[in-house]
Design a protein around this ligand. Structure first.
Ligand code: SAH
Length: 468
């Protein structure tokens, strides 16, 4: 009996790309199509939990499911198919799946689900637009699949194949692009092996995660009382401003859920790991973190990890935000400088425990978006500027506190200069792949340096940091 191959996608069971992939793989095994009944692009790795899934036969060995691409793979591999598949192939996606797209893509997530279930899996995308390219991308998929069926894949690894259509390449190069391998966490580095391009193991700057690998080595700072709380919109109102079209009743329900998620985040990720400052805990409890991430990622906003925010940058892990804020020992009266606005989330947290926050972001698009989100939240004591933060913000200096939310080789001298007497700075310092939080206190005009826990942040790029 021939081996079973599962084909799925995120564009829906009737998509031309799916048909092309199933046709291309036909003959390598018994091809079964189990795909969403409608378009499910950018659903990421969502699974349906609280609704029954319905499978409908729409042709010979062809089934539609009223769920996500990951649902389809789950269902098919865990019992629906006559036997466990030897390969999960997902696609063919219109347009390439590279960079940040990989985290949102339903196509890649389906392959990820296959990988998690222990089946060799690949996502296939055609890098040029237009349906004419599906056939050529299918040929590439068949080639890769036949090799993969013989040679297998390393554990926890999936293939993300981006095929370029011959003749349509701008460089006039007719060959397919290198296949790309990702491990389960999506971390990457390029390595050539057996003729395929492999990505695995090491991390790439854009995929660093501003996370604390060892959040246990904590010192306990003194708790303090004073709060710098200014009138701000409730999370619910901010969601209504940002979400615009949503019904108030739905917003309220969503906000209640997010409120519960925040409570859990504070209890399990912060208090259990030693965050004790009541003002910091209250800020983390009240700032609507989900509004600082893309809508597609909102369900994961309160998870114990960083998340992508576009431009190869990340919103830091909740614990790191809380830890760095706590280290600053804020009383509510301080003027704080943040370097690396990113989504604006850290600035929003600071705005609740300090008097004023000046924050600098190197990437103008991120700065503009953060400004909008912070405005919608009513954080009227935050000023966002697009510039190289390693130069500081001379016009606003001195600062009582400085928080650098990106990792650099050393503390930029202008920041130490702009730190006021009795002030405190915190910054991740060290090589690109592992830093340690460095604390600088200014005592009698002199910097006094101490070190805290280890961490991994995205790169601080600028005149007094890494080169861009
Ligand atoms: N605090 C952010 C996350 C920080 S990610 C949040 O809460 O979402 C680090 C950010 O630092 C990225 O957005 C990156 O673009 C920015 N960055 C890197 N080098 C910088 C520099 N020299 N000046 C200002 N921002 C910088």
């Amino acid at each position: 009996m021939p081996a079973v191959i599962l084909v799925t996608n995120d564009d829906g069971v009737h998509a031309a790309g799916l048909h092309a992939l199933a046709t291309a793989l036909d003959g390598l095994g018994d091809v079964y199509v189990v795909a969403p009944d409608r378009e499910q692009s950018a659903v990421g790795h969502a699974l349906t939990l609280h609704r029954p899934l319905r499978v409908t036969q729409v042709g010979e060995r062809r089934f539609s499911v009223n769920g996500t691409p990951s649902d389809c793979v789950n269902l098919a591999v865990l019992g629906f198919l006559p036997e466990r598949p030897v390969l999960v192939a997902s696609g063919i996606n219109h347009g390439s799946n590279l960079g940040d797209d990989v985290t949102y893509s339903g196509t890649v997530s389906a392959a990820m689900e296959g990988t998690l279930l222990g089946v060799p899996s690949m996502a296939v995308s055609q890098a040029s637009a237009g349906e004419a390219g599906f056939e050529s991308a299918g040929e590439v998929a068949r080639l890769v699949a036949s090799r993969l069926l013989v040679e297998g894949l390393p554990a926890k690894t999936l293939l993300n194949v981006n095929a370029r259509v011959p003749g349509k390449d701008r460089a006039g190069n007719g060959s397919a692009r290198a296949a790309v391998l990702l491990d389960r966490r999506g971390t990457a580095g390029v390595e050539r092996r057996r003729g395929l391009g492999y990505l695995r193991g090491e991390s790439r700057p854009g995929q660093r995660d501003a996370a604390a690998p060892r959040p246990d080595a904590l010192r306990r700072p003194r708790p303090h009382g004073g709060l710098g709380i200014r009138p701000q919109l409730a999370a619910q109102e901010a969601a209504a401003v940002i979400g615009g079209r949503r019904e108030p009743a739905l917003v309220a329900t969503g906000e209640q859920r997010h409120g519960r998620e925040r409570e859990r985040m504070v209890a399990e990720q912060l208090i259990k790991r030693g965050i004790v400052d009541p003002a910091v805990l209250e800020a983390m409890r009240s700032v609507p973190r989900h509004l600082f991430v893309d809508e597609a990622l909102r369900d994961r906003a309160y998870g114990d990890h960083p998340l992508p925010i576009g431009e190869s940058q990340t919103i830091s892990q909740p614990f790191m935000v809380a830890r760095m804020t706590e280290i600053l020992k804020l009383t509510g009266r301080e003027k704080v400088l943040e370097i690396g606005t990113g989504s604006g989330y850290q600035a929003a947290v600071l705005s609740r425990v300090a008097a004023r926050v000046c924050t600098i972001e190197r990437i103008p698009r991120l700065a503009a978006r953060a400004r909008l989100t912070l405005e919608a939240m009513g954080a009227s004591n935050v000023w966002v500027r697009a510039a190289d933060g390693t130069m500081g913000w001379a016009d606003e200096a001195p600062f009582d506190r400085i928080l650098v939310a990106a990792g650099g080789p050393s503390v930029p001298p202008p920041l130490v200069e702009q730190l006021g007497e009795g002030g405190r700075l915190v910054m991740p310092v060290g090589p690109e792949d592992a830093q340690r939080l460095r604390i600088v206190d200014k005592v009698n005009g002199q910097p006094k340096v101490t070190e805290d826990s280890t961490c991994v942040f995205v790169k601080l790029i600028g005149k007094y940091a890494w080169e861009g």
